[in-house]
Design a protein around this ligand. Structure first.
Ligand code: ZN
Length: 350
């Protein structure tokens, strides 16, 4: 087997050096803007949970426009670097915590700070330039050109699937040189693992082996849920059908939204191969892999009802204190007054 030319190794080394530089910069960003969040995560008593670390895109843009730009253009490669930075920042904050604890009198009642293995950096794009139509299209306007960038979609959850468990990354060992490496399954291909064609060992001679052994107990499992979001009907032109898209939620994002919720999801547009059935054409179905999901219902109910209307309702029910059913009937009469009768139907819709 021909060996790759030396330049290929140099390019790989460059890439690695660049990535570790990014991790350093991102860790600095997390330390300066989110040290309280990091401290809260470190002090949490449950070490095996998945923790979200929500950052504002606008904040990152202000900190370093270059990094924010890379995050927007290459989120798939960059988000794992961000998670690695969260680990590094955790280590640094932990060191400071331990030092300050040594100086102060040790308090046994306080929980000990422990570095957590699963911290996911979640990107909140609200209030940032990423809400322009190019990176936040309506679901019906999602096209191939939106693949690969950090995309924000707004919609209503119309279906939420059950929570499942899927296998995540696992570790393999080369049977020839004992080099160990991680393999990530592809969500797009039904969570299938593709092993490398040859040993990825970076030894100077290279290793031509293609026989690998799974290391026992090296599989990490993740919570997994698929939901479907539909574009807001109010924003559509008359006569058009609202479109929807499946969204994959993992780990700490699972089970935080339910059908009927209005959500803003930030993530990566991808495509999933439909399951291979003989004599049936294989299709690529769009799927949205979420990095962050935010419910907007609560915000709405807080903002939309003006004080006067609340007062009007209070006054109305004070007036009908002794005759609440009469009050109810009066409200029912006000629902679609152009449709006569249908009392029970209106009551059910109420
Ligand atoms: Zn090998």
């Amino acid at each position: 087997m021909p060996r790759p030319p030396p330049e290929a190794f140099a390019a790989e080394d460059d890439e690695e050096a660049r990535r570790s530089e990014y991790v350093l910069m991102l860790a600095e960003f997390l330390r300066s803007f989110h040290s309280d969040d990091l401290r809260r995560i470190l002090l949490h008593p449950e070490p095996s949970l998945h923790f979200p670390l929500v950052i504002d895109y606008a904040e990152l843009l202000e900190f370093d426009p270059g990094l924010a730009n890379i995050l927007y253009n290459y989120p798939k490669g960059f988000l794992p670097d961000f998670d690695a930075a969260a680990q590094r920042a955790q280590g640094e904050v932990l060191e400071i915590l331990n030092k300050s604890e040594l100086l102060a009198s040790p308090d046994k009642s306080k929980p000990a700070a422990v570095q957590k293995e699963f911290v996911h950096v979640r990107i909140n794009t609200s209030g940032s330039p990423l809400l322009f139509p190019e990176s936040s299209p309506s679901i019906g306007k999602v096209r191939v050109k939106h693949r690969g960038i950090l995309l924000t979609l707004k919609g209503t959850v119309i279906r939420s699937g059950g929570v499942k468990m899927i296998e995540g990354e696992r570790q393999y060992q080369c049977r020839k040189c004992n080099y160990r490496f991680h393999c990530h399954p592809e969500l797009e291909a039904g969570n299938r693992i593709t092993l490398p064609a040859s040993c990825p060992s970076k030894s100077s001679k290279g290793c031509p082996s293609a026989s690998f052994q799974l290391i026992e107990d090296s599989i990490t499992c993740h919570d997994y849920q698929e939901i479907k979001i539909q574009e807001c009907v109010q924003l559509l032109d008359v006569g058009s059908i609202p479109r929807s898209i499946p969204v994959i939620l993992m780990d700490d994002l699972v089970d935080i939204v339910k059908a009927g919720d209005d959500v803003i999801a930030t993530g990566i547009l991808s495509a999933k191969w439909s399951s291979d059935v003989k004599d049936v054409r294989c299709n690529l179905d769009p799927v949205f892999i979420a990095n962050y999901v935010r419910r907007t219902n609560e915000l709405k109910s807080g903002i939309d009802i003006p004080e006067e209307i609340i007062k009007k309702f209070d006054f109305f029910w004070a007036e009908h204190r002794d005759t609440p059913l009469k009050g109810r009937n009066e409200i029912l009469k006000g629902i679609c007054p152009q449709i006569y009768g249908l009392f029970t139907v209106k009551l059910a819709a109420c």
